[in-house]
Design a protein around this ligand. Sequence first.
Ligand code: UD1
Ligand code: MG
Length: 452
Amino acid sequence: MMSELLTVVLAAGKGTRMKSDTNKVLHKVAGKEMVNHVIDTADKISSKVICIVGHQADDVKENITADVSFELQSEQLGTGHAVMQARNEIENHSGDVLILYADIPLIKENTLRNMRKFHDDQSANLTIMTTLLKNSTGYGRIIKNENSEIIKIVEEDDATFKEKKIKEINSGIMCINSNSLIKALDDLDNDNAQDEYYLTDVVDTVRDEKGKILSYQIDDEEEITGVNDRVNLSKAEKTIRERINKEHMMNGVTIIDPLTTYIDENVEIGADTIIYPFTYIEGETKIGSHNIIKPHNHIINTKIGDHNNIKNSNVIKESTIKNECNIGPFAHIRPGCIIADGVKIGDYVEIKKADIKEKAKVPHLAYVGDAEIGSQTNVGAGTIFANYDGENKHKTIIGNSVFIGSNSTLVAPLNIKNRGKTGAGAVVTRDVEEDTTVIGVPAREYIENKDG
Ligand code: UD1
Ligand code: MG
């Protein structure tokens, strides 16, 4: 049995190289803040996670979704100094401590698990995750002796010309037993080019104490990309998107062009759904199976059932689309819509907070806001639901099998009951009874003259 794992995530730094008003670790990768990527991964393997916050501490704390405890590093004097802020917790913990930087969002749960196991199997005091990079600029270089043992880590700014040529780099991820860490933290100084307390200098103390230091070298360098500037950020974004798309494809989703398909981490998609290029699917969206999603759709926090045909270029937000619907092209479905089975929402239709029942149709050029539309009802081209009187929003309720003539204006609050009809161009200001037709401006009941 492995001991309990305490994880310390460092998120206090200024992130100067991002040149941003937003804290570096709050920049998003695939729709999720970097720090949340790291913490959510850590949370799966740790008994406790401590997050070190400092620069813009309140912003960072507010945005962390998992249940972690915080320590404040009020002055950012380096990564070693950041870990010192958790000294008490580390001292009270017997066993392994994992240290992660919040700017390494792509690290995988399994890689951390394997490293931890390696550390324990080898009874190491300190294990450092490393990789070989063609271009190691900017990273701490791993210095080894002739027996391939790590003897120190040298930061870019402190490295000699020769050391800069070393290709093995420090990922920033380490596993260390708590006793070794406490001793090493007490030994740290800031005698270096940046006058910072470097966490990487813990190597010196562990080595002086004759502790066992190992490198855990991984092949997938993308996994440990450190995000320090916006160029790194875009690379991390690309990598994580590729990972997400691949997983959906392995689960039976067709993605015609993964390079132009952007799917957030928590999105679920059923098998045999086909996604055309230039589609952006965000947030907590859930999409069923056998849907066709044509090019240029932007879908946000929405639930979509099965067998829907989502044609080109729609924006669909915070709504529910059930099954076998036809949507678009060029529809704007705003928050709060519930679209039942077999509904058609056609070209250039905007709908908001609308409950649209089975097989109703809004096929062309309409605005539908704050409404209920009954089953089999047809809303003609150019119809406007006038839901706003300048102060308040009002509701329009339309029954089943109603026929709304083209270019009708429905002035809310309004009820149009089952099988009611409005003539083309009607401005409807009063309720319409069942089986009744209204026409004109303002609309009045139309009684057909049967005698001709
Ligand atoms: C660090 C490592 C370097 C490694 C690289 C991997 C050190 C000294 N250097 O360099 O060896 O190759 O990561 O990406 O550790 N932070 C704090 N408080 C501070 C300073 C930083 O919490 O006072 C946090 C930052 O928010 C960040 C993390 O620590 O999440 C790393 O800091 P950063 O400045 O990015 O270190 P690097 O220069 O990338
Ligand atoms: Mg960094």
